[in-house]
Ligand binder design. Structure first.
Ligand code: CU
Length: 130
């Protein structure tokens, strides 16, 4: 007679323990993946940006320090790529005709806002991580 309640108590305790482990595990999984623990997390890509239909595409990219970003104008009219004042490093392409490209190596971490000097509404952002 006395063994049944004891069994139930043990079962409930084990269930609670399992629940606690499950909850703890889920909480741990919800933490954002660490991005600065290893060099393999962020692979330095070629950083290719198209200039098309009066827009930089992708309009916003993140690259690692030392990445060379290349802009290529696919529009039939001229565009430029000019860093905003306050960017960690300044760059200016000069006029790019259709098919023309401009490459710049971003060596300093930070946020680079840039624009087309011919069409100021054209803007882009590059985030450079260390
Ligand atoms: Cu433009």
């Amino acid at each position: 007679m006395a063994t049944v309640p004891r069994f139930r108590t043990t079962f409930i305790l084990l269930t609670l323990l399992a629940l606690a482990v499950a909850i703890t595990g889920c909480t741990a999984n919800q933490n954002p993946a660490p991005q600065s623990t290893g060099p393999a997390t962020h692979v330095a890509g070629p950083g290719a940006i198209s200039i098309k239909n009066f827009a930089f595409s992708p309009q916003q990219i993140t690259v690692t320090q030392g990445t060379t970003v290349t802009w290529t104008n696919q529009d039939s009219i001229q565009h430029t790529v000019v860093s905003d004042s306050g960017a960690p490093e300044a760059f200016s392409s000069g006029p790019l005709s259709q098919g023309g490209s401009f490459a710049f190596t971003l060596t300093k971490p930070g946020t680079y806002n840039y624009h087309c000097s011919i069409h100021p509404s054209m803007t882009g952002i590059i985030t450079v991580t260390s």
